[in-house]
Each structure stands twice: as structure tokens, then as C-alpha cells.
Write a protein that binds this ligand. Structure first.
Ligand SMILES: [Zn+2]
Length: 395
């Protein structure tokens, strides 16, 4: 229904200025449409602009909410009844839009089927919800259902991804390990209890038969060579601490900066072959061989053995202190994510004997970290603790 000036005269309503209408809080039809409100009853006033456009004003206390499916109905009907598009010249589309609809913002969208909409990446609010998105923009297109109601499509690229849900309870937002905070804490408590039981289990190991070792290499590749070997046992006694002269490599600038071992330093050191009988003897008399990060060390030291069977036997004795520390840290300090030997010493509150990164200091450090992680690894207490206890009993 178009309201004309003739009607206004028939309605016997006053003509007001825009200022007066504003003061009386009258609402124009355009404003009502934008607010998705429909007037109850006819206009209460009108105004005529210089160009002859008539604006009708409605009583703000006599309005009702427009059902969503009718929000844009008036616009569509108006444009459908106007095939030349006269009066809607502001639409500048590359091709005529199919059944265009003007949104309250002035954006014009067209009608399309859901398949075509999907080809543009447009989906209904319901479908976006299933894809775990919330609507993030005004509609990009629409369609009408058989009952005449309107369904809108929204651009998925402008939609807002919902935070992922906890894989355990499916309710709350993820915090860590794909779980919400509550589920993570619950899971952590279980893992920590299991880890503590595993670490506290008595293992009845002999301190003299558990060795800790540290190798320095010219680099991390297979062709790199060992230039330092340090070995101690569970009592802290040093069994080997020597530089090694490589057979092939003449320099190792990059790793020299890390371990500080220069070619000049190894000039008079023994070759690895000369050390192999003693290393084999030590390893054969050991039940476990522990290092902080064993994979590179093992892949080099295994060549002191020629057969695969001997190499596998060595591998069965090898334990990685770094892996055990990472597990402990994940269970007790889940917010920490650095796990170097220096970090382990700090986290466990252990003091260094010597300079960190020197081969023997690292070997002793590994021994101490291992004992802190596995307090019942040996049947007897550490010699240092034993002597401390003796001193206490003397006092
Ligand atoms: Zn949860």
C-alpha cells in the first residue's frame, strides 16, 4: 500500500516539519522498517519535501514487531512491480540481480537456490552453525520457501569460527590437549598419579651398574665423529672423561661454539678405536646406560659394536633422561615447555657440579636428574646424601 498526498488530505492529519516530528518522537515508515516495526493504525502526521516526496509519521506507542520474514517484503514487492528498476537507480550490479532485495543497510542481495548459494560459499545460519561458525555479516543472498517465508544465506568467509569444543565433555572451549580446563585438570591428575607411581617404583638397581654418559660430536649427522666421551656411574664416580681425536674431520666450526672443543684441543687425544676396549668393558658391566637425549649419541656410539645383535643389546640398556624429564614436566609443570638439561636442573632444584655444557658436568647433572626423577631407582641412598647424614649424626 503506497501512501499518497491525496490520502493525507483524506486522513485529516496535520502536516509537520521534520523538526516537529522529531520533537514529538514520531517515526517515519522508513525508520519503522529499519527497526523491524510495523505501525498499528494509520499515520498521525505527514510532511512534504521540496521534491514532492511525502513522508508519513506514526505514533511510536502504536507499533508492533514485524515478523522477520516480512522485514524486506515491502522492498521486494515494490521492486518486483517496477520491472524497469525506475527509482532504484542506485543499484549498480554487473548484471541484473535476480529478484533483488534491499537490506536495511542499503545493500542489495539477490534470490538464489541453496546449491547456487553454496557455490559462492553462502550458507544459512543453521548450516553455518553445523559447520561451527556464527553469522558474521549481513545476508549475502536469500531464498523464499514454499510457505513464502524468507531464508537468508551468509558468506562463510565473513562468518566467525566458534572456538573448538573440549573432546571429552563436548561443552566447554578447549584449553590444552584438546580439552577444556576442567577436563584437562582431571586428566592431568590421573596422568600425574600414574607417572608418580611409575617413577617411585623401587627398581633395585646397583649404583655401580648404572652408567651415565655424554658424547660431544663434530655435528649431528652420521658422518660426524665423536670428539669427547664422559662416563660416570650412579655413585658419581668418573669412569671415563676424555677428548677423542677424530679420524676424518679436521674442523667443526659450528659445534665448536656449542661445546668449546677445538681441533687444537684434540690434537694429542686418543682415537676412538683406542678407547673402544675400555668403553665396551664398562658397557658390558652395566645394566642401564643413561644419557640426556640419547638418539644422536646412541646412533654414534653403537658403531663401537660391529654386529647388529651387539648393537641391539646395547640399545636395550639405553635409557633417555630427557624423555623421562619431559614426561615428569608435562605431569607436574604443564605450563613449562623447555626441557634442556639446564631447565631440568632448575625445575628439580639441583645444583651444578662444574660448568654447564662441559662434558663431565653434564654427565653428573644427568645422573642427578635421573635420581631426582626416580627416587627409588637404587636400594641405597646417594653417597653424597649418606655422608651428609653421617655428618648430621656426628653433630
Ligand atoms: Zn571438557
Amino acid at each position: 500500500m503506497e501512501l499518497t498526498l491525496d490520502m493525507a488530505e483524506e486522513l485529516h492529519i496535520p502536516r509537520v516539519t521534520a523538526e516537529e516530528a522529531d520533537r514529538k518522537r514520531y517515526l517515519s515508515k522508513a525508520l519503522l522498517d529499519r527497526m523491524h516495526l510495523s505501525p498499528v493504525g494509520g499515520p498521525v502526521a505527514y510532511d512534504v519535501a521540496e521534491d514532492g516526496t511525502v513522508t508519513y509519521y506514526f505514533d511510536p506507542t502504536r507499533v508492533t514487531e514485524t515478523p522477520p520474514e516480512k522485514w524486506y517484503r515491502g522492498t521486494i514487492e515494490k521492486m518486483e512491480g517496477d520491472p524497469d528498476g525506475g527509482g532504484e537507480k542506485k543499484i549498480s550490479a554487473p548484471r541484473p540481480l535476480r529478484d533483488p532485495m534491499t537490506l536495511p543497510s542499503g545493500t542489495v542481495i539477490e534470490k538464489m537456490g541453496s546449491k547456487r548459494a553454496a557455490s559462492f560459499g553462502y550458507y544459512t545460519e543453521e548450516r553455518l552453525g553445523q559447520l561451527n561458525y556464527d553469522v558474521g555479516s549481513e545476508p549475502a543472498a536469500y531464498n523464499t520457501k514454499a510457505d513464502g517465508s524468507v531464508v537468508y544465506f551468509y558468506d562463510k568467509r565473513l562468518a566467525i569460527r566458534r572456538p573448538l569444543k573440549c573432546v571429552v565433555c563436548g561443552k566447554d572451549v578447549r584449553y590444552k590437549r584438546k580439552m577444556c580446563r576442567a577436563c584437562f585438570e582431571k586428566d592431568l591428575a590421573v596422568r600425574r598419579a600414574e607417572g608418580d607411581a611409575y617413577r617411585e617404583k623401587p627398581r633395585h638397581m646397583d649404583r655401580r651398574r648404572v652408567l651415565f654418559f655424554d658424547l660431544e660430536l663434530t655435528g649431528v649427522y652420521d658422518h660426524d665423529e665423536i670428539i669427547s666421551v664422559s662416563i660416570c656411574d650412579g655413585t658419581g664416580e668418573t669412569l671415563m672423561d676424555t677428548l677423542v681425536k677424530p679420524r676424518h674431520k679436521k674442523k667443526w666450526n659450528r659445534t665448536e661454539k656449542i661445546h668449546g672443543i677445538s681441533p687444537a684441543m684434540v690434537q694429542d687425544a686418543p682415537y676412538l678405536d683406542e678407547l673402544v676396549p675400555r668403553i665396551k668393558e664398562l658397557f658390558e658391566n652395566a645394566d642401564n646406560l643413561v644419557a640426556f637425549g640419547v638418539s644422536t649419541d646412541y646412533s654414534h656410539i653403537k658403531y663401537i659394536y660391529e654386529t647388529e645383535r651387539e648393537q641391539e643389546a646395547l640399545h636395550r640398556k639405553v635409557r633417555c633422561c630427557a624423555i623421562e624429564f619431559v614426561r615428569f614436566q608435562n605431569e607436574h609443570y604443564p605450563d613449562n615447555n623447555h626441557a634442556s638439561l639446564v631447565d631440568a636442573m632448575e625445575t628439580l632444584g639441583i645444583a651444578w657440579d662444574g660448568i654447564p655444557h662441559s662434558s663431565m658436568a653434564d654427565t653428573i647433572a644427568c645422573m642427578k636428574v635421573w635420581e631426582a626423577l626416580f627416587p627409588n631407582y637404587y636400594d641405597d641412598v646417594a653417597p653424597a646424601e649418606a655422608s651428609a647424614e653421617q655428618e648430621e649424626s656426628h653433630v
